[in-house]
Design a protein around this ligand. Structure first.
Ligand SMILES: [Zn+2]
Ligand SMILES: [Zn+2]
Length: 136
């Protein structure tokens, strides 16, 4: 993969650039992600907060209290509603992987909340699989 990697929302009003390789690429099979994406899972990547530069219009902040009690904040485009990323937590930002301009290099190797995964999904033996939220 080449750096920086660029991405953005569907309408192009929110854009971003990643200046570092992601620490991990993951799928999330929680029921909230299934509902948000209207799909079987969401795909995200983790970068240090210093490695993402947002540009364009100010994203809208949507909050939800997770099952763990933690408040999750999603940054979405105010125009097209596309979910771009979260706010930094422990110095890390989770970016919606499908919002990248080039998704061809993505290979998720961590799988979260697999207790609610669709039964037809099978993981590679070398991948890390977590029934719920991974520790740390
Ligand atoms: Zn947009
Ligand atoms: Zn999820």
């Amino acid at each position: 993969m080449r750096l920086p990697q660029t991405g953005g929302c569907q309408c192009g009003k929110v854009r971003y650039a990643l200046t570092e390789e992601p620490q991990s690429v993951y799928t999330c099979h929680c029921t909230a992600c299934q509902r948000w994406t209207s799909s079987a899972f969401s795909m995200g990547l983790v970068v240090p907060e210093t490695a993402i530069r947002l540009s364009g219009v100010e994203p809208k902040r949507l909050q939800r209290v997770a099952d763990s009690g933690r408040v999750n904040t999603r940054l979405v485009c105010p125009e097209c509603g596309c979910w771009i990323c979260g706010i930094p937590r422990d110095g890390l930002v989770r970016v919606r992987a499908g919002s990248l301009d080039d998704t061809s290099w993505l290979r998720p190797t961590r799988h979260l909340w697999t207790r609610s995964k669709q039964p037809w999904i099978i993981f590679a033996p070398s991948d890390e699989v977590f029934e719920a939220q991974p520790p740390t």
